[in-house]
Design a protein around this ligand. Structure first.
Ligand SMILES: NC(=O)c1ccc[n+]([C@@H]2O[C@H](COP(=O)([O-])OP(=O)(O)OC[C@H]3O[C@@H](n4cnc5c(N)ncnc54)[C@H](O)[C@@H]3O)[C@@H](O)[C@H]2O)c1
Length: 495
């Protein structure tokens, strides 16, 4: 694409499909939206000049999106404010996803389109027909990550592939090996916390600087209630015949829509949600675990009494041990899909204080200093990593600032009923760095920058790093199966 062409304010973004006429994917509302868009020239011109300024800093990369479901669309949306992206192709086997994503490209992403976003249902055909594609974003179910990444890399493309790397260790290892085979291509895995300035602040300015003292314990949870774990249904008007599903490796529509709960396609909630948080143990302490014990099973979604029948454990608990320079660090992880209490967050606990963080800062953004630790000096300066909280975090049960009258423990005469030796109240702080963008935007940007510079070392989550997290997560299933402590071997993490 020439610069002149990209900055052409009169160009109207349009879509075409190489495998099927677009009208087949469009209902009447979609058609009306498209028609309305073509009349939006002034609005479009304003947006185009904005992106023109942004891309002046770097080369424009022609990108394709493969897997246009929930996460494909999250990446598309997150890419909106990332300079240097031009969307040229999308690929999905389901017309519902195509229709939804197509609307998004023509709407909120139209400033990133010059000419067409072509539509495919086959990745190989897409790569063959559009050799100009430089980078591919893969957001399909996990079992396709390994073959699709390898295919794209073998055709010379840079790849951003979603986590979990794979539903199997073999698949993940193959991806890590492919990363080695194509060392000049950029291969990022979608653990987006690695590029999030809030998480980077915690890692670089709090943990690495020893603000929490010796960290002995980490705790992370993702609790989601039954209301958030209901099965995805077929969509009226977008049926896929079983023979088509079978062709793509899916048993039936239930498995296609709820792939993450079946071992053939995904890794269950532990890998789906735990992928992000267990990865934070490894990444924050730049270490691999030495052991794991785990337990879990299908506690609830057993197909009885009208409940859906899932195959992989719906609730899991794991305890990892890490050997850190300060000593043994024990990290507890829990994923529940039967209760939503307290949501999702990660907690790092040291003898000098505790930090709580979550991808949504409303779920966790606090630090607590143990008595005797003054953090006043850390909070000084122009860009301090921590600040005094604006509000006391009264909505959370943890560490309520004690501004109420503490009830006296019950006692009978001189003999107390319980051990009432409590630690003194902790002082509360907030992590100062905020992210004013979508959580995936910095990670997508990191990938695009690496592609622009042709510099894989710029990546915050290269495939070899992600592989170690994948091993950490999936080995917990082995521990749960045997009931014994799994002792990690160096070769487990070798590529
Ligand atoms: N990084 C994150 O925060 C995050 C969040 C959610 C999901 N994910 C990951 O993103 C990936 C997708 O998850 P999702 O929630 O979007 O699932 P989803 O079911 O909503 O979407 C998957 C899409 O892939 C399409 N697809 C299936 N087989 C295909 C094939 N052979 N070729 C092309 N397209 C195909 C489906 O039709 C569907 O549109 C998973 O790996 C998941 O772990 C990451």
């Amino acid at each position: 694409m020439s610069r002149t062409c990209f900055f052409n304010l009169h160009a109207t973004p349009r879509m075409s499909t190489t495998s099927a006429p677009l009208s087949r994917f469009l209902d009447r509302r979609g058609f009306l939206r498209t028609t309305a868009l073509t009349g939006g020239a002034i609005h479009l011109a304003t947006r185009k000049s904005a992106i023109a300024q942004q891309t002046a800093a770097g080369r424009t990369i022609k990108c394709a999106l493969v897997g246009c479901g929930a996460q494909g669309n999250a990446l598309r949306t997150a890419s909106k404010d990332v300079p240097g992206i031009q969307w040229v192709a999308m690929c999905d086997i389901w017309k519902f996803s195509i229709a939804k994503t197509r609307g998004g490209f023509l709407g909120e992403n139209k400033h990133q389109i010059d000419g067409e976003v072509k539509i495919y249902d086959d990745v190989e055909a897409m790569l063959e027909k559009q050799p100009e594609i430089e980078a591919v974003f893969i957001a399909t179910p996990d079992f396709l990550h390994a073959p699709l990444s390898r295919l794209c890399l073998s055709k010379g493309k840079h790849v951003y592939c979603e986590k979990m790397m794979s539903n199997s260790l073999e698949g993940a290892l193959d991806m890590a090996k492919a990363g080695k085979e194509y060392p000049n291509q950029v291969f990022q895995i979608g653990h987006q916390r690695h590029s999030n300035p809030r998480y980077i602040n915690l890692r670089e300015n709090i943990l690495k600087k020893g603000v929490l003292g010796r960290v002995t314990h980490c705790y992370a949870q993702w609790n989601r209630g039954v209301s958030g774990s209901q099965p995805q249904d077929a969509v009226k008007g977008y049926d896929i015949p079983n023979d088509v599903l079978n062709k793509y490796g899916y048993g039936n529509i239930f498995e296609f829509r709820n792939w993450r709960y079946f071992a053939k396609y995904g890794g269950g909630p532990l890998s789906d949600l735990g992928a992000h948080q267990i990865d934070m143990f490894n990444w924050m302490y730049e270490s691999n675990p030495v052991s794991v014990i785990a337990t879990g099973a299908v506690d609830y979604y057993d197909g009885l009494d009208g409940r859906p029948k899932y195959e992989l454990p719906d609730n899991m608990m794991c305890i990892y041990e890490f050997n850190t320079p300060g000593g043994v660090l024990r990290a507890y992880y829990q994923v529940l899909t039967t209760t939503g209490s307290q949501g999702a967050y990660e907690k790092h606990m040291g003898v000098g204080g505790t930090a709580i963080i979550s991808e949504l800062d409303t779920n966790g953004n606090q630090l607590y200093a143990e008595p005797g630790n003054s953090w006043e000096e850390i909070a000084l300066g122009e860009n301090p990593p921590i600040v005094k909280p604006q509000d006391k975090a009264k909505s959370k049960f943890w560490e309520h600032p004690r501004d109420w009258e503490k009830p006296k423990p019950p006692s009978y005469g001189a003999v107390s009923m319980a051990d009432v030796r409590e630690s003194k109240a902790l002082s509360q702080w907030d992590l100062a760095v905020k992210l004013q963008r979508k959580p995936h935007s910095p990670h997508v940007q990191n990938f695009i920058e690496a592609v622009q510079m042709k510099k894989p070392s710029h990546l915050t989550c290269p495939v070899d790093m992600a592989y170690k997290s994948c091993v950490t997560v999936l080995k917990a299933y082995e521990a749960a199966k045997t009931g014994a402590k799994y002792l990690f071997k160096p070769e487990d993490f070798a590529i």
